[in-house]
Design a protein around this ligand. Structure first.
Ligand SMILES: [Zn+2]
Ligand SMILES: [Zn+2]
Length: 184
């Protein structure tokens, strides 16, 4: 007797439908499990890559020594910077470093007073004349000040409290320093 041509009974058809639904559910679960595993693996790799990047960055940083630290509890100092180009005093504008981000090295008035306002750790690097010019967005080095470069027209010189100073942008500012930068 050939059963393939025989119509299925009601209960057989019900059983078949149940079976195919069960198969579908199982394969859906399998796909969900695979997707979950894939997501977990991706998250793991992203975290691992992050940790490796941070470790590499830390390994490349020179260790911070006591000699590099000026204060661990902040400071508020006021050195003054004056710039003369061929004897002409240049404007040092107000509100340098007081944009969207409030930089610890800034000016309030256009009087050349630099405010060094820190609330926690202060490193020597934070207090350099170069840091001030960075915040201003103007060049300064032994070769160049503002738009003036060493050449036949003049050279850059720096004085701190009337003494010639050779550190230029690397000079670490102190409270009440009187810093004069000349080009002539
Ligand atoms: Zn201030
Ligand atoms: Zn101040």
């Amino acid at each position: 007797m050939d059963i393939s041509n025989q119509p299925l009974t009601k209960s057989e058809r019900r059983e078949l439908r149940r079976q195919s639904r069960a198969d579908e559910t199982a394969s859906l679960r399998r796909r969900q499990r695979l997707k979950k595993t894939a997501i977990l693996i991706s998250i793991f790799f992203v975290i691992a890559a992050g940790i490796i990047a941070i470790a590499r960055y830390a390994a490349n940083q020179p260790p911070l020594t006591e000699a590099d630290i000026v204060s661990r509890s902040g400071l508020h100092w006021h050195p003054e910077i004056a710039i003369y180009i061929k004897g002409m005093k240049q404007d040092v504008p107000a509100a340098i470093g007081l944009g969207l981000v409030h930089q610890p090295v800034h000016t309030h008035e256009a009087d050349g007073v630099v405010h060094l306002e820190f609330s926690s750790l202060v490193k020597k690097d934070d207090l350099t004349v170069g840091q001030f010019f960075n915040n201003w967005g103007k060049p300064f080095s032994r070769e160049r000040v503002l738009d003036y470069t060493n050449g036949p027209d003049g050279t850059v010189k720096m004085y701190v409290n009337e003494e010639p100073n050779d550190a230029f942008e690397h000079y670490v500012m102190q409270d009440n320093d009187r810093i004069e930068i000349m080009y002539d």
